[in-house]
Ligand binder design. Sequence first.
Ligand code: SF4
Length: 418
Amino acid sequence: MSGTTLLKETGPREVFCGLTSIVWLHRRMPDAFFLVVGSRTCAHLIQSAAGVMIFAEPRFGTAILEERDLAGLADAHEELDRVVKNLLKRRPEIRTLFLVGSCPSEVIKIDLARAAERLTAQFNGQVTILNYSGSGIETTFTQGEDGALKALIPLMPSSKEDKLLLAGTLANPVEDRLKTIFNRLGIKNIDSFPPRQSTELPSIGPGTKVLLAQPYLTDTARELKDRGCEILQAPFPLGVEGSKLWIEAAANAFNIKKELVSSTLEPLILRAQKALKPYIEQLSGKKLFLLPESQLEIPLARFLSNECGMELVEVGIPYLNREMMRTELELLPEKTRIIEGQHVEKQLDRVRESNPDLVVCGMGLANPLEAEGISTKWSIEMVFSPIHGIDQASDLAELFARPLHRHNLLSHKELETA
Ligand code: SF4
């Protein structure tokens, strides 16, 4: 491990909860429905996070716990059964229904695992009903995906065939592109998890080599390992360096000749490095502070430092899985300061003291910091943008160059009007 400084901090947190992941999961698996068992606050969060998406029929909803449920005066299980029956009667095309736990459902201890079992039996194979927690008490927003994938693993058939499994939601065009590269290397048997339909779950077993596309799948990786899969050790496919090493990890596991790997990747790398150049000019030497929210912070810090020349002031991360992050940590510059967990007040004090050029943070902190003249980037944008792979490196850099460019324009305007 490189000489990074790893510290822990606890205290008040400022992060989105795991319900947010429904926004990209329901796009990925259009035959699934996500029913949040929660409060009006949860309904508002999902509505506003996903409000820009227009479907003939939404693929998520909230079974709202009313005061009578919260006070224990009503049987929440009976109410839930009624809501689920009505939903499935109206929407017979739903193949997988996720009951998603929230802070209120956890506080009043509704056993959603039992409810999912009972309802699956009642619907007799017509629909699979699963549960996971998106509660803000337990999760940060990307952990919602980890919970949903973990819930699907017991349904995945077993097989011994040799295959590559890409785990973690990727934008469809990015996933197609990465599969094309693997095909060119001679790796043909590739599955994705989650699949594009919830009913098309790939088989897994001792021949499955897993490449994690996202750094927040701690529980999913553990369960896949328990089913006999091999988790390949690699950085995450962000930027040229991370994506190259990620692809090479799969190539090594499938004994692909090094010459074929380099002749396939070299032209892509050269093109990506050329496209990165104008952004390196804008980002190089700028001070970057990452507050913890998405779990993508370490791979982003590695890319922005190693490939774009940014200076890392502090890298916050909600939780640190050392095994999963081992290769990423080795690639970080010496003495990078990594803080696991959060005490938001202390962290904001450090932001102000260090006067960074750019802060990566949650939406709730961005506006106050902008009002203080500090440029920000929303972490949540990273999970909605197609940023994975060698080809996307310049798009990823552009996401960080944009707020700096805007800040420059605004400062010039202020000078002109002064
Ligand atoms: S799950 Fe908790 S944190 Fe998330 S919206 Fe509902 S009440 Fe808020």
